[in-house]
Structures are given as structure tokens and as C-alpha cells.
Design a protein around this ligand. Structure first.
Ligand SMILES: [Zn+2]
Length: 613
């Protein structure tokens, strides 16, 4: 009789068999360092009782590739996600590799709503379990976007979910200090402060004619009480310097299409200059413009914990720090707060007894390493140690909440290195006679301004090189077969011989063939070569987007973002795995996880991965 109310609600309690906690970009060397110094007691206990060791990662070792390997138990040659970006061979333009976000379109016939399409091939382990009726809860699993539709589970989208401008994340900085400009990952709006009232606007998604839709934003300055009152969409809140607002609902409407979001503000300074940071506009879970997960009812409550979680996948605003729009200490406080919020949701889901499998992923560990890697030289390890300590506390709390027989795995998808120097790969190809710009001394961006009839190779993404191949690229010049092979071999040889004039080191450690190893159904997205950089090096920011600046090919990394891994050598950049029980193999790899999960649930295995449990 005791189970009646639960049955009436359509749910019998489920004891979880397996909980996987993912912490993006956690480096095993740092875990060992801070276990040794006594800062990670819960991971230290797992190591003592069971296993804690490096976890082999994908090539290249970055999140879209690695988490796709985690999900499918296969490498990029099968799942077809080779990096963050791919190029369209028809027009040489960069495109997102794991999925496509199609923003709303406005035409004479009205508006068509936004869409998201996944490009990952292969079946994820949660889909296999779902087909067998095993309920899974997936919280913020990266690059599983759009979120999978599960008949028996709960899903809240992670990395991949865009903001309401349908970008990875774009902030707005309102300031009286600098001129209006677009920056990478955001926009600066100049405020003219004359008197106490400032009327400006918050720009949202693009509407008809490509013009951004916007809503009024009223700012009221009170220098006596040192506060700024922010008013938008019928809500008003007073902020002091250093203060963060709650979520403001906001909606944009055009041609009958209503796009709802939420935004919050940080008041960064007031007296000398007014500086107000507006977060990326989050897709509203109550009326999502693009899917954020399911089932409805649960989703809104899940996003509602901790005063409301960000819904954008890129939840920690690294671009705002890079652009000088967000002080590092504000970024860190916000990151720790979001991590706490995601943990709170996880604790609730464990208590809810709704799933046999829970996978919960935190990305703050990766973002903090990107921004605070230089501070590792400090004796106390800097802010990253605080983030790792929070990870450890989450691990400890989860371990205490779980029933005794539930297995717990803690893992990361890849490790980390410093990022001090960067190679403009297209500029370097040009210096070797393999890449020609249309106009001398004119900077190439998005592979625009390239003389394709004189270029045999080009680069886009993180260390990815393509031959300008006849029959594949629309303006290809290299013959397939021996000519292509010789070109790729020459590029490899000269890259491996490359020396940095500063310090004399070798920036490139290995060059891997990718295209030739890829399955035929994903080959059109594969680069010919993947560069694997030595620690301290990466391909340049400009190269990622198909750029070729003029000047030196090897230069210093100018950004606050000072740690990286995206084009490192996978053999030097493993993640880590911890289990309270010993694992059945002592060289675990990310591609083993899918079959490990299926094995725990007694489900037939697929692919090459070995069960570790
Ligand atoms: Zn990263």
C-alpha cells in the first residue's frame, strides 16, 4: 500500500546502479598534486580504496570530440565529430562540427522558428538503455545537442545549447568608458551619462532583415546611495557595485514569433564610470525557443534550483574575461556559484530515485583552467585549486548520498597544458609556398581573400589542415593520390622540423592523418591532418576561424585565456578516472565508458570499448 501514491504519480522509485560525474578538462597531474597536498580528501579516499588514474582521451583532445567518444564508444573516425569546427568544402566557410543551429528566418510568408540538428553519428549509450526501458537522467552532458529524446529519462542540455541570440554565448557590456563595438563573444554598448536616467536597449536575436530585435532597458543612477536601479520588462531591481541581479524575463517578438529569454546583470562599477554587465540571454525553459531537455514539468523545476541555473551550454563567460568586460574575480565567483547550483540539482536527482543511471557533467573545471592556468605557478595553485576543491566536495557529498551498492565513477574528458605561444598555421603554410593570399599584406579572415588557384593547403579549427583537393574542395587544385600524399608528407615533415625562434623549442609534436582513417560516411567533414602541439603551444585564435594575419607565424598568445588542450597531443593530454572499486583494466580509455555502462545494465555491448566495471 505504501507504494500507492508513487504509482499514482506514474513512478516507482528506482535505485541507481551507476552514477557518473564528469568534470570537463580536469588534469590528472593536478589531481595528484592536490591529493598529495591534502586538498582533495574525497578523491584521495577513492584512490586509496579503488582506482584513480589517467583516462586515455580522443585525438584531438577537446570536448566535442571527447564527449562524443564518451557517448558512442567510438573515435571521431566513426562518430564524425573531428573538432569544434569543420569547413564547408563547397565554400570554405567555417561551420560548427557537432551540430548546426539554424536561427529563426523571416520572410514574406512569415517567420520560421529556430532549429537544431545533430551531426554526431552512432548510438549513444543512453539511447541503447532507453530502448530497453532503463531510465537515465542526463544533466549537462556536453555536446549531446540537441538533447536526446528519451522515453524513460530526464535530460537537461549542456554544452551545445545556445543563448537566445543563437550563439555559443554573447554578453553585453554597458559602459560610459569605451566606444560601441562588437568583440569576440559579446558587444560593448556606450552609455552617455548625463543626469541620473539612462535609457538604452538590450539587443536580442536578429529579426526581419537581419536587424537585431531589442527591448528597452532603463537605468536609474543614485550616487547618494551608490546604487543603480535596473528596469526591464516590468521588473526593477537595485544593484550595488559588485552585486548581481536575479533573472529578468525578456521576450522578443517579430512576425508572430515570440522568443523568450532571461538575463541577469552585474554592476561592475558606478562612481568614475558606469559599467554594467548583462549575461548572455538564456533560453527560457518555460517556453524554450530551442530544446533544453525533457520531460516538461521536470525541466522547468530542474532549471529553477539555486535561484535559477543558466541554460546556455557555455555557462561560464570566458569571452567576457578575454574582452576585459568581466573582472576575473567576478568570473570566478560566478563560476563557483553555477557549479554549486548544478551540484544542488544533482543532489536532488539522486534523492528523487528516478533513474538507474545518472550522468552529471560540470564544465567549470575546464573554464577555470583556461583562464587561471598561469596562476598554477603560485604556491597556493591560484583559483584553479579552489575549483578543484569544490569538485572534490561534490564528489564527497554524492558518495555519501548514494546507496551502498551504487557504483560511482568520476572522470574528465581530457587534461590541460599552458598556452603561451601560438602558430598562425595559414601564415606558416604561406611562408612555405603552400598558401597564397589574393592581395599581399591583406589579412585573411574566414578563408576570405585566399587565391585558391595558387593554394594547395589551408587550415581552420584547432590545428586542422586540409589539402585543397580537386573534386572535394570547390576550387581544389591538388590531384588525389600520389600528389596529395606527397604534399601531406611534406607538410608533416616541415612542421615537425619547425623551431620557435623564441626559446628554440619544437612547437609541433606530431601530425596525424585523419581523413584517410575516417569512415566513408563522415569523411567529407574530416581534415586531412591534425596537428598535435607541444605543451605551451596551440594554433592561433585567427587560424581557428580560417584567418591568416600578416607578420610572424609564431607569436605570443595575447589573451587572458592562458591554458589549453584543444590541439595538444592526445597522448600527452589524458583526462582522469576515479572509482571506489578497482577497474578491470589499468589503461582505461574514454571509449571504454559506453560499454562499461551497458555492461552494468546487462545490455549487449557494441563497438570496441572494453567494460571497465
Ligand atoms: Zn577546454
Amino acid at each position: 500500500m505504501a507504494s500507492w501514491p508513487l504509482r499514482l504519480q506514474g513512478a516507482a522509485p528506482v535505485t541507481p546502479k551507476l552514477v557518473i560525474l564528469g568534470f570537463d578538462g580536469v588534469d590528472p597531474r593536478l589531481v595528484e598534486r592536490w591529493i598529495a597536498s591534502g586538498h582533495l580528501p574525497n578523491l584521495a579516499r577513492m584512490k586509496k580504496q579503488g582506482t584513480l588514474c589517467p583516462l586515455g582521451t580522443s585525438s584531438p583532445p577537446n570536448s566535442p570530440v571527447a564527449w562524443s567518444s564518451f557517448a558512442t564508444g567510438s573515435g571521431p573516425e566513426k562518430h564524425g565529430v573531428f573538432g569544434f569546427l569543420r569547413r564547408d568544402a563547397k565554400n570554405y566557410l567555417p561551420a560548427l562540427a557537432p551540430y548546426t543551429i539554424v536561427p529563426p528566418r523571416f520572410g514574406p510568408a512569415g517567420a520560421s522558428p529556430p532549429r537544431a540538428v545533430s551531426h554526431r553519428r552512432g548510438s549513444a549509450f543512453w539511447q541503447t538503455l532507453d530502448r530497453r526501458g532503463i531510465p537515465a537522467t542526463l544533466l549537462f552532458v556536453p555536446y549531446a545537442y540537441p538533447p536526446p529524446e528519451l522515453s524513460h529519462g530526464r535530460v537537461l542540455a549542456g554544452l551545445g545549447a545556445p543563448d537566445l541570440r543563437f550563439t555559443n554565448s554573447s554578453f553585453t557590456l554597458y559602459t560610459s568608458e569605451s566606444a560601441e563595438k562588437m568583440v569576440a563573444g559579446g558587444r560593448v554598448v556606450q552609455l552617455t551619462v548625463a543626469g541620473s536616467s539612462i535609457d538604452t536597449r538590450l539587443e536580442g536575436p536578429r529579426g526581419p532583415g537581419g536587424k537585431p530585435l531589442s527591448v528597452p532597458l532603463e537605468l536609474r543612477l543614485d550616487l547618494r546611495t551608490k546604487t543603480l536601479s535596473v528596469g526591464m520588462s516590468g521588473k526593477r531591481e537595485k544593484l550595488r557595485v559588485g552585486g548581481r541581479s536575479g533573472w529578468f524575463p525578456v521576450s522578443f517578438e517579430a512576425a508572430g514569433l515570440v522568443l523568450r529569454g532571461r538575463v541577469r546583470f552585474h554592476l561592475l562599477s558606478l562612481a568614475k564610470q558606469l559599467k554594467l554587465y548583462a549575461s548572455p540571454i538564456q533560453i527560457d525553459p518555460h517556453a524554450p525557443a530551442l530544446p533544453l531537455g525533457a520531460p516538461p514539468g521536470w525541466l522547468e523545476k530542474a532549471v529553477g534550483v539555486h535561484g535559477g541555473l543558466p541554460t546556455v551550454g557555455w555557462a561560464h563567460d570566458t569571452s567576457a574575461v578575454n574582452a576585459g568586460a568581466l573582472p576575473k574575480e567576478v568570473f570566478l565567483a560566478d563560476l563557483l556559484d553555477t557549479m554549486q547550483g548544478r551540484a544542488e540539482l544533482l543532489y536532488r536527482e539522486i534523492a528523487a530515485r528516478a533513474a538507474g543511471l545518472i550522468v552529471s557533467v560540470f564544465t567549470g573545471t575546464d573554464r577555470a583552467a583556461h583562464m587561471f592556468y598561469r596562476d598554477l605557478k603560485r604556491k597556493d595553485g591560484g583559483p584553479l585549486r579552489k575549483v578543484y576543491s569544490l569538485m572534490d566536495r561534490i564528489v564527497g557529498r554524492v558518495a555519501r548520498l548514494l546507496p551502498p551498492k551504487t557504483r560511482l565513477l568520476v572522470l574528465s574528458d581530457h587534461g590541460f597544458h599552458s598556452f603561451d605561444r601560438m602558430l598562425h598555421v595559414n601564415r606558416w603554410l604561406e611562408s612555405q609556398g603552400w598558401f597564397t593570399r589574393s592581395r599581399q599584406q591583406a589579412e585573411v579572415r574566414f578563408l576570405r581573400g585566399v587565391s585558391w588557384k595558387e593554394s594547395v593547403a589551408y587550415s581552420l579549427g584547432n590545428g586542422q589542415v586540409y589539402a585543397n583537393l580537386k573534386g572535394r574542395e570547390s576550387r581544389g587544385v591538388v590531384a588525389p593520390g600520389a600528389d596529395r600524399r606527397k604534399l601531406l608528407d611534406d607538410i608533416r615533415k616541415r612542421l615537425l622540423d619547425l623551431r620557435d625562434p623564441v626559446g628554440g623549442g619544437r612547437p609541433v609534436r606530431a601530425v596525424y592523418d585523419v581523413y584517410d582513417r575516417a569512415a566513408s560516411d563522415v569523411r567529407d567533414r574530416a581534415p586531412d591532418l591534425q596537428l598535435a602541439f607541444a605543451p605551451g603551444y596551440r594554433s592561433s585564435w585567427e587560424t581557428s576561424l580560417g584567418g591568416a594575419p600578416v607578420g610572424d607565424a609564431l607569436v605570443a598568445n595575447p589573451k587572458a585565456w592562458c591554458g589549453d588542450h584543444a590541439a595538444s597531443d592526445f597522448s600527452q593530454t589524458p583526462g582522469f578516472i576515479a572509482s571506489a572499486q578497482a577497474l578491470s583494466h589499468d589503461d582505461p580509455n574514454l571509449i571504454d565508458l559506453a560499454n562499461s555502462v551497458l555492461h552494468v545494465f546487462g545490455t549487449p555491448l557494441s563497438g570496441n570499448g572494453r567494460p571497465l566495471l
